[in-house]
Design a binder for this molecule. Sequence first.
Ligand code: HEC
Ligand code: HEC
Length: 172
Amino acid sequence: MFVHAGQGYAGHGTLCGALGVSSYIINMACYDDKQSYAAIIDRMMYWYSEMKFPTERFDDISPIPKQAQAQAMTPLCHTSVSKWTLAAGVEVTSKDKYERCAKVAGEVVYTVVYYLNEYFDGKWKPVIWTPSENIAHCIQCHGPETFPEYTDGMNQQQGHMECLLCHTDHTK
Ligand code: HEC
Ligand code: HEC
């Protein structure tokens, strides 16, 4: 049913497919009037961006254990895979890469099940996204007026990704 999500949706390298499918399931399972689904998905996206992938959780059953790790810094398939292939020194069509992506998908599923258990056990506390130190000033000027202290923002950009991965800091 979700095979289209592979390789960042039909090979286009957009959102990591594991995140897309998980978002769909979280939306269905945690649809409530507090918009818990949105908070849970947001937390999943920044967890993913900061995570060093692949984790070693599946090494016991993996034909290629102890792989090189890299942080994607965005939820995008494109950066996640490209940064990792460079770190690991392997090609994008290699067995190593398929193994790595299988582990990433497994880790996402594990983490989402953890979140859903928290939610259904009544232990879920919404975590509100705050910008990292590196990008707080970007959000202050460009960001949406989500934060009371940032009301003078230009309110022209949307999103919680790490700006400096793609932009240079023109204030420095
Ligand atoms: C003090 C306010 C301020 C801060 C801080 C700031 N910007 Fe800007 N930025 C501006 C203004 C003003 C413009 C010009 C906007 C326009 O022309 O509409 C701009 C333009 C841009 C542009 C458009 C391309 C360009 O260079 O002209 C990008 C992309 C951008 N900023 C990204 C960032 C990022 C990423 C950060 C944080 C590392 C950041 N900005 C921090 C005020 C700021
Ligand atoms: C995954 C890469 C990526 C990330 C992360 C990212 N951007 Fe961008 N952003 C782009 C691209 C690509 C454009 C289109 C640039 C263009 O057309 O010149 C853009 C456009 C913009 C523009 C409009 C600039 C213009 O004049 O075209 C602003 C402002 C901007 N981004 C700010 C930010 C801020 C602030 C952040 C962090 C919260 C951020 N971006 C994160 C890739 C990214």
